[in-house]
Design a protein around this ligand. Structure first.
Ligand code: C5P
Length: 237
């Protein structure tokens, strides 16, 4: 498999063409960003860790019968994925209050949220990814009603699996962000990445942050935190 032309540069990944027009090379970067890219730092080893955690979780979610874009691992920092027409939405699922939700409603940190809260954000760098509700999405043509029903169901299924998976290794899955896309045949799949860049994780015993919040809050080096999550996931397989 040859890496072809650079097609897209994201905050955490670069996407390259391959010799198959339906497959892309996703290269995880040694870079962390926060505040929608306004805070950016190079972190040695982060690309490998993000790729390793994502490969592991995509493999498990595929095995649960939930379709994803993941095909296979290519090397330490790269994976082969199915080319998707991305839906321009970030689907956030929250099990406990934290981050923007905690700030918005001024509620107790890690207050359990039942049912889990679903939120959408419209992916737009110039607009800073604004909150968008289901009717706004439909009215603006970013997705239709059936697609939203499918995303809500998919997000609940991913949450049910990951919540238990992390609980089994002593980690609370506080919240996370998913992105979806369509394959050439019209099937909707889970895309983007599954790593502590997109998840908020808290150690169930100590309450320590085990995700990008460590970087957002300047609480210390990020790579050892991601390495610890990977180790716990591998031990709990
Ligand atoms: O900041 P907020 O509390 O809204 O984030 C909720 C969840 O979505 C967190 O797990 C965060 O890491 C994730 N997120 C993300 N990409 C964004 C915004 C939020 O992965 N652009």
């Amino acid at each position: 498999m040859e890496r072809g032309a650079l097609l897209y540069t994201g905050k955490a990944k670069n996407m390259y063409a391959t010799d198959n027009p339906e497959e892309l090379w996703a290269e995880y970067k040694d870079q962390a960003t926060a505040l929608n890219g306004k805070k950016k730092v190079a972190i040695a080893g982060k690309g490998t860790l993000g790729r390793q955690i994502s490969s592991l979780l995509f493999t498990e979610i595929n095995a649960q019968g939930m379709p994803t874009h993941f095909i296979k691992t290519l090397n330490e920092t790269a994976m082969l994925v199915k080319k998707c027409d991305m839906i321009p939405l970030e689907a956030v699922v929250r099990n406990f209050a934290s981050g923007s939700f905690e700030r918005k409603f001024q509620v107790e940190h890690l207050k359990p949220l039942k049912p889990a809260v679903h939120e959408f954000y419209y992916k737009s760098d110039p607009l800073d990814d604004p909150f968008i509700n289901d009717e706004q999405i439909i009215a603006l043509g970013y997705a239709d009603k059936d697609t939203l029903v499918a995303i809500h169901k998919f997000a609940d299924q991913v949450n049910a699996y990951l919540f238990q998976r992390f609980a089994g290794i002593g980690i609370k899955l506080v919240d996370f962000k998913l992105e979806f896309g369509y394959l050439a045949d019209g099937q909707m799949v889970l895309a983007d990445e599954l790593s502590p860049d997109n998840f908020r994780l808290v150690d169930a015993e100590t309450g320590a942050s085990l995700d990008k919040d460590v970087f957002r809050k300047g609480e210390g080096p990020l790579a050892p935190v991601y390495a610890g999550v990977l180790k716990r996931l591998q031990a709990g397989e």
